[in-house]
Every structure is written in structure tokens, then in C-alpha cells.
Design a protein around this ligand. Structure first.
Ligand code: E4P
Length: 229
């Protein structure tokens, strides 16, 4: 499985890139807000310049058809390694399939985002032009957040993309380290992981006894640090 870093803080991105396993980055408007990005284009150019060998996904901001196309073309022009993220629906709930199809035919690599149903996966895959390279981002964590087990959705998405070389399936909304192993087991191509979870990969292989001991050591450290009586 390929592992990407999910975020828009350039320092976190640099830190994540120190891991040999990392091969890409994903961003979205909420992550940019969280990272305090003020000028999108300046940020995007800086990222592309610094990481020319990584897959990088930048999202359009607009919902309006024409502006979306302009934004997509601008983002695409930043580098060959850029995937333009287009949400599968607009904020009015309308399908963006025709926009994806149009851009794909023009050779823009697309990352279809905000996907939460198998029909949306199929719609995205059907919109890609032959011979293009694209990503289908399924928001597994957000589905799980509704109390629904997302396993079937992931399995169906793997089946819907596996005979389509133009579509790589990406597990988005990663919540826990275990998700990386689940995604790999289910045959997902890529998982994008927040930096906080990338750091937790240091725990992989730790014994349960050590988890327990580290827990109480952590409590002791925090009691001392806080001066609690
Ligand atoms: C990445 O491409 C997605 O935008 C991201 O993983 C979404 O994460 P969230 O659902 O936790 O906000």
C-alpha cells in the first residue's frame, strides 16, 4: 500500500517526508484552514517546488462550474505530480461527473473526493478518460463516524476500481494506525494519514504489557508536570 500524508502544514509535511515509506500528500480546504494557510496559490507552489517527486493533491474551492474548471486548470499547471481534487458532488448535491469527464479528457489528473457511497465510486471511475491517472478518495472514517461499519463499502470500492488502471483507490479520513493495516488487507491502493497518526507508527509492534506500562508512566509524568495535589 502507498502511504500519503494528509494535511497542509508545511512543517508537518517535511517531517512526514523523512519517512522512506511516504510517497504523497493530500490537502483539503479544512486542512488548509487548520494549518493557517492564507494564500492558497503561494502555498501550493511552495509544496510542488519542495516535493517534485511526490504525488500531491490540491482541491478546487469553487462550486460554480466555470470557476471550478479555471481553478482545476490552474492547479494542474503547477506540476505533473499534481492531482486536482474535485468533490463528487457540489454543495447543492449535484453530480460533478461531467466536469470530471471534461477535465480528464483534457489530461488533468483528478482526485475525486468526498466519496461516501459505492455509486459515487462507480460514477467517478466511469468519468475517467482511458490512459489517464486518477485517484478515487473514499471517506472511510467519516462513514465509520456515522456508526456504520465501512468494511463492505471498502470491499465494494476495491472491486469497482480493480480492473481500471486509470483509477487508484485511496482511503481518506484515517482515524487510527490500525486503518493502515485494514486498508492493506482489503486491497486499497493508497491510504492518506494525518501526521499525528504517522508519528504513532512508532508504536507498531509494541507489546500490550508495554502499552500498559507506558500508560501509567504517562499519568505519572502529567501529575508531576501539572503539579496536581
Ligand atoms: C484527504 O484527501 C481527505 O480530504 C481527508 O482524509 C479527509 O479527512 P477527514 O474526513 O478526517 O476530514
Amino acid at each position: 500500500i502507498k502511504i500519503y500524508s494528509d494535511g497542509a502544514d508545511i512543517r508537518d509535511m517535511r517531517e512526514a517526508a523523512k519517512n522512506d515509506f511516504l510517497s504523497g500528500f493530500t490537502t483539503n480546504p479544512s486542512l488548509m484552514k487548520k494549518a493557517g494557510v492564507k494564500d492558497y496559490l503561494t502555498f501550493a507552489k511552495e509544496v510542488v517546488k519542495e516535493f517534485p517527486d511526490y504525488s500531491i493533491s490540491f482541491e478546487v474551492f469553487s462550486n460554480d462550474h466555470d470557476t471550478m474548471l479555471k481553478e482545476a486548470e490552474l492547479l494542474h499547471s503547477l506540476g505533473k505530480n499534481v492531482y486536482v481534487k474535485i468533490p463528487i458532488i457540489t454543495t447543492e448535491g449535484k453530480s460533478t461527473a461531467s466536469i470530471i469527464k471534461y477535465l480528464s479528457e483534457k489530461g488533468v489528473s483528478i482526485n475525486v473526493t468526498a466519496i461516501a457511497t459505492i455509486d459515487q465510486v462507480k460514477e467517478a471511475v466511469a468519468s475517467f478518460a482511458p490512459g489517464t491517472k486518477n485517484i478515487v478518495s473514499i471517506f472511510v472514517g467519516r462513514v465509520a463516524d456515522t456508526g456504520t461499519d465501512p468494511t463492505e463499502f471498502v470491499k465494494e470500492s476495491v472491486a469497482a476500481t480493480k480492473d481500471h488502471p486509470e483509477a487508484q483507490l485511496l482511503w481518506a479520513s484515517t482515524r487510527e494506525v490500525i486503518n493502515i493495516f485494514q486498508a492493506q488487507e482489503l486491497g486499497v491502493d493508497i491510504i492518506t494519514v494525518p501526521p499525528t497518526i504517522i508519528k504513532k507508527l512508532a508504536n507498531v509492534g509494541k507489546s500490550a504489557e508495554k502499552v500498559s506500562l507506558d500508560t501509567v508512566l504517562g499519568f505519572e509524568k502529567d501529575i508531576k508536570a501539572s503539579g496536581l495535589k
